[in-house]
Design a protein around this ligand. Structure first.
Ligand SMILES: Nc1nc2c(ncn2[C@@H]2O[C@H](COP(=O)(O)OP(=O)(O)O)[C@@H](O)[C@H]2O)c(=O)[nH]1
Ligand SMILES: [Mg+2]
Length: 307
């Protein structure tokens, strides 16, 4: 899919977020609005409605107020420029696409709650990496459901990547150990390890993931090079709460935000950026192989703010 096609797709998905920030904001700032506290409060509320989070909204308003007091802001229309600049600035900080060099084993552990899009995203990443000439090996670490193992195998067949697996209910750490064995035997491509997202309790899940991670690093120093957290953008604020939890318990090196197609909660990426400071590696805008894209601030801001 070309650049335009992808941008159109994100724009379509983010239409509700964009409406708040274009029409509703325009209604507020058009005409001879006085730059007073009442207006600032209304704008702050609007940013929160777009799911950008209280922190970001507060920062934007502080920025506007400072500019007003320094007499740098002449009319209300300029507020939109400030918003754009601020969004871009914050999102640039998390614009850190994943770079994988060839020739050395690169282990990626993929974590996140059930249904967030882990397995699908692993399939998409694999397809793209293989297209770029990488070797890809998959490990079916979600042994909680038989369907999860089959789903990964379907993707493996589709993209041409072998899958290391065991039976349902097998120890995921044992699956990871098997996969790491391939690396010890000389495999030097990318290894993507799928994991479960739902166990009986949070403690259970986190203990399982920690064990998987421990096995990986025991078998290869410096691995996993990447722990990717997959978050469902449609869950808005919940995604932020999940991110905090996984970051604390497991350690996360990057985020993938899925399902940006068809949500009004796309502003959540700003919350993730300002409250968690974790790199956003990819965004997902659909179920197909091509519907995954490296995250760029410019593209995202255009999708949210441009008509
Ligand atoms: N619309 C949309 N659906 C997605 C996206 N990513 C994943 N899905 C769907 O979300 C559902 C759950 O995905 P899955 O990979 O099984 O999640 P997992 O439980 O975390 O492994 C599936 O129906 C996927 O096709 C996305 O970016 N957009
Ligand atoms: Mg899965």
């Amino acid at each position: 899919m070309g650049k335009i096609g992808f941008l159109e797709k994100i724009k379509k998905g983010l239409a509700r977020t964009r409406n708040v920030l274009t029409s509703d904001l325009d209604d507020l700032i058009l005409g001879e609005r006085v730059l007073d506290k009442e207006l600032f409060d209304e704008i702050e509320e609007l940013l929160i409605t777009a799911d950008m989070g209280p922190q970001f909204a507060h920062d934007v308003i502080t920025d506007i107020q400072e500019k007003v007091s320094r007499k740098e802001l002449k009319n209300a229309q300029e507020i939109k420029k400030i918003l754009r600049a601020r969004m871009t600035e914050i999102l640039r900080r998390v614009e850190k696409p994943l770079h994988i060099t060839k020739g050395n084993p690169f282990v990626i552990m993929v974590i996140g709650v059930n249904g967030s899009g882990k397995t699908t995203t692993i399939g998409k990443i694999s397809g793209q990496l293989i297209k770029e000439g990488h070797e890809v090996l998959l490990a079916a670490g979600d042994t909680f459901r038989a369907a999860a193992i089959e789903q990964l195998e379907v993707w493996g067949k589709r993209v041409g990547a072998p899958v290391v697996k065991q039976k349902i209910n097998a120890d995921p750490a044992a699956v990871a150990f098997d996969a790491m064995g391939k690396i010890k035997a000389g495999y030097h491509g990318v290894l993507l390890i799928d994991t479960a997202g739902r166990l009986h309790t949070r403690v259970n899940l986190m203990e399982e993931l920690k064990k998987v991670k421990k096995v990986i690093s025991r078998e290869l120093a410096g691995a996993p090079q990447e722990v990717l957290l997959v978050l469902d953008a449609t869950t808005g604020q919940n995604a932020v709460i999940q991110a905090k939890m996984f970051k604390e318990d497991i350690g996360v090196t990057g985020i993938i935000l899925t399902k940006l197609d068809g949500t009004s909660k796309g502003g959540v990426v700003l919350r993730i950026a300002s409250e968690l400071a974790l790199p956003v590696r990819y965004i997902g805008v659909g179920e197909g192989m091509e519907d995954l894209r490296g995250f760029t601030a410019e593209e995202f801001v255009a999708a949210i703010l441009d008509e």
